[in-house]
Design a protein around this ligand. Sequence first.
Ligand SMILES: C[S@@+](CC[C@H](N)C(=O)[O-])C[C@H]1O[C@@H](n2cnc3c(N)ncnc32)[C@H](O)[C@@H]1O
Length: 241
Amino acid sequence: MIFRATVLTLFPDMFPGPLGHSLAGRALESGLWRLDARDIRESATDRHRSVDDTPFGGGAGMVMRPDVLDAALAAVADDRPLLYLTPRGAPLTQAVVRGLAAGPGVVLLCGRYEGIDERVIEARALQEISVGDYVLSGGEPAALVLLDACVRLLPGVMGAADSADEESFSSGLLEYPHYTRPADWRGRRVPDVLLSGHHAEVAAWRRREAERITRERRPDLWAAHLAGLRAGAVATASGTP
Ligand SMILES: C[S@@+](CC[C@H](N)C(=O)[O-])C[C@H]1O[C@@H](n2cnc3c(N)ncnc32)[C@H](O)[C@@H]1O
C-alpha cells in the first residue's frame, strides 16, 4: 500500500515545495509515496470561477463556499481520511502523525481567507487538525508540515541510522542533547559519559536528560508521562496486561 496524499488548495504550485527535497523528495521520486495537489478553483462553476463569498451575518473577510469545496472533495474522496487544516482543530501530535502514516494516505483541505463554510465540515465529516496555536494565512504550510511528519515515518523512507524510535515524543519525552566532534569546542566539552563507551551509562544519562528537559520545558508532557508511568505500575500490580 502506497501512502497517497491529495492536497486541495488554491495554490497548487506551492507543492511539493519543500517536500520535493531531501528525505521526502527522494521518497517521492522513488515512489514510496504519492502527491497530487489540486486546484480548488477547478471545481467552481460560475463564470468568474469564484470560490468564496461574503459571510452571512456580516464581518470582515471572505468565506470559502461549501458547494465548490464539496465538489472538490467529491472528486477525490475514497477510503482516506478527509482533513481540514484549521487553527481550531485537534493538535497535530506525533501520535496523530503515526496513525495517519499507518493508513492509506490523506486528503488535505487547505483553507484561505476567513476559512470555510461550516456546512461542508459537517456534510463531509472533515477531521479538523491544527499545527499550532497561531494563525497562518492559509492551510498550505500546515499541509506541508503534516505531510513531512507523516512521510518520514513511511517504511523505507528513513534509513536504519535515522530511526524514529528515540526521537522526541516517541516515548512521551523530549529528546536528550546530541554532541559530535570535536570533543572540545571553544572550551565546551562533551559530557564525559558519552566518551566512556559504557552503553548502559550512556543510556541512563540520556534518559535522565530527556526527563530533565521535558520537566523543565513541557510540564504538560511531563505530567502525562508521569500519569502513564503510574497507570503502568497499577496495571502491573493488578496483573492487567
Ligand atoms: C487566516 S486563516 C483563518 C483563520 C480563522 N478565521 C480563525 O480565526 O480560526 C486561513 C486558513 O489558514 C489555515 N490555518 C491557519 N492557521 C492554521 C493552523 N494553526 N493550523 C492549521 N491550519 C491553519 C486554515 O486552513 C484557515 O482556513
